[in-house]
Write a protein that binds this ligand. Structure first.
Ligand SMILES: [Fe+2]
Length: 492
């Protein structure tokens, strides 16, 4: 069977005619861009110490860089989508100027059941949806985000899933983390406030209540409230300030009647329905939510959020038109890829809690996503955002690292070079730093022409100068989702 993949992000072979040597053999016969090129899964778990380093690793870079992403174990039973892949975490531990690497699958209950039965069970997000399948119509892969809560490393799923605890020293799956009072499924972008240690969470679903919101304290206390929404929604993130959380209700949702009749969730952009942001006191209830209307749009990720007196400011990566049409340049795979084009630019919304006044507008026009900030700035006025640049022709890949000054939209970009794609790049403060950008940016990069990966470390204050250190990895790291940094963690 001839592969019909045309673009370089999904090309099956490099310029020397080689397929990735560490990918499972079963991808060879499947004409699907999410199984090739930058997306090709790997088929081994690897551990490697004393990795070769180009340049010099800073001595105060001490901790672990961890990144989650989809990496399917079994051949798909139906048309595969990138979002379906089993969660795999790649990590590099830094300390004393040295680096160690490991990757491990997240051993979710779904993956365990498939291993027990000897093959795949769930078709994936492109359907068909069979509610008779064990654990539901979709496999909770825990493939999306990673957060550190109370010393634990937790893997989360974009559809609202069960928290999976991992050992941050080995990446071994400890098992589901389910404190009393916390719903069994919460959103991938629930957030930990570094000042209080609280986990601010939300969840959403197809049946009322369509959203739940709450706070898990480090002592295990859970605050929770149901949130009234007009119907099922797909919020991906929320904003957090010291006093408030900002809930998202975008006019991108599927028709519940069509869903009931066909089992298909077909999201539509309702251009006549406003975007709504609900400002709720951190420990507030549904009755205390103040909803503010804005121009219709969609947003995956919040960059920063803070209070200015009675005004709440939220900056995010806004998609002005989520109804992305297939582009003829993408050929036969256009319809599939258009759904994850991630056409988003920096945008600011302001909500005055005293007067009810609002304002909104662009901060920048660059197509960039997967934002990171200084980890201690969550909820506080923030000057710098660090984002992944996304080329229009190559959806869901990151071809450069961007530093944006959120006060005026000015930016610095480091281009990774042809055929080289990065990951989400957390900011790691330098020891004793006082300036907000005095620290490091850490990212995996993968060269799809060589099927080789490295970790690059940048000075955030001098991004334009390029990496100060490159760590050569023994294996390839495919495209993935979210990353985080856990300070002070050594490998076991
Ligand atoms: Fe996300």
């Amino acid at each position: 069977m001839a592969l019909e993949i045309t673009a370089r992000y999904g090309k099956a072979l490099n310029p020397r005619g080689e397929a990735p040597p560490d990918a499972p053999a079963w991808i060879g016969g499947i004409d699907n861009p999410y199984l090739h090129g930058a997306f090709a899964p790997v088929c081994h778990e690897t551990t490697a110490a004393d990795l070769p380093v180009w340049g010099e690793l800073p001595r105060d870079l001490h901790g672990v860089y961890v990144r989650n992403g989809p990496n399917n174990v079994h051949p798909p039973t139906n048309r595969y989508h990138w979002f379906d892949g089993d969660g795999m975490v790649h990590a590099v531990w830094f300390g004393d100027g040295r680096a160690r690497y490991a990757n491990r699958w997240v051993r979710t209950p779904g993956l365990a059941l498939e291993e027990e039965r000897g093959g795949p069970i769930w078709p994936g997000v492109l359907g068909p949806f069979d509610f008779g399948l064990p654990l539901g119509p979709l496999k909770d892969t825990a493939n999306t985000d990673l957060i550190a809560f109370d010393g634990r490393l937790l893997a989360l799923w974009y559809e609202s899933g069960c928290l999976q605890e991992l050992d941050p020293r080995t990446l071994a799956t400890v098992g589901p983390f389910r404190p009393d009072g916390l719903p069994g499924r919460i959103s991938a972008h629930s957030k930990v406030d570094p000042a209080t240690g609280e986990l601010i969470w939300f969840s959403y679903g197809d049946r009322a209540p369509y959203m739940r919101y709450g706070v898990l304290a480090p002592d295990g206390t859970v605050h929770r409230t149901d949130i009234t929404l007009p119907g099922p929604r797909r919020p991906h993130d929320l904003g957090v300030t010291p006093r408030f959380s900002i809930l998202h209700d975008f006019p991108v949702f599927f028709d519940p009647e069509t869903f009931a009749r066909t089992g298909k969730r077909i999201p539509l952009f309702h251009r006549d329905v406003p975007t709504r942001f609900g400002v709720i006191p951190r420990h507030g209830t549904d009755a205390e939510v103040r909803w503010f209307d804005f121009a219709p749009c969609y947003m995956l990720h919040v960059v920063a959020c803070w209070e200015e007196g009675d005004t709440v400011v939220m900056i995010g990566c806004r998609t002005a038109d989520p109804t992305l049409r297939p582009d003829p340049r993408d050929g036969k795979i256009a319809a599939m890829l258009s759904g994850i084009k991630l056409q988003a630019n920096l945008y600011a919304w302001r909500m005055d809690l005293r007067t009810g006044a609002t304002s909104e507008g662009d901060l920048d026009d660059l197509n960039a996503e997967f934002p990171m900030i200084h980890p201690d700035r969550l909820g506080l006025p923030t000057r710098y955002g660090y984002l992944a640049r996304i080329p229009y022709e190559i959806p869901a890949t990151f071809d450069g690292l961007v530093k944006v000054d959120l006060t005026d939209g000015s930016r610095t970009v480091f281009d990774y070079g042809p055929g080289v794609f990065g990951s989400e790049a957390p900011f790691v403060p330098r020891e004793g730093a006082t300036d907000e950008d005095d620290g490091y940016l850490v990212t995996f990069v993968t060269d799809v022409d060589r099927w080789a990966s490295e970790v690059w470390v940048f000075h955030a204050a001098a991004l334009q100068d390029g990496p100060i250190a490159k760590v050569q990895l023994p294996v390839r790291v495919p495209n993935g989702f979210h990353a985080t940094w856990m300070p002070g963690v050594d490998p076991a």
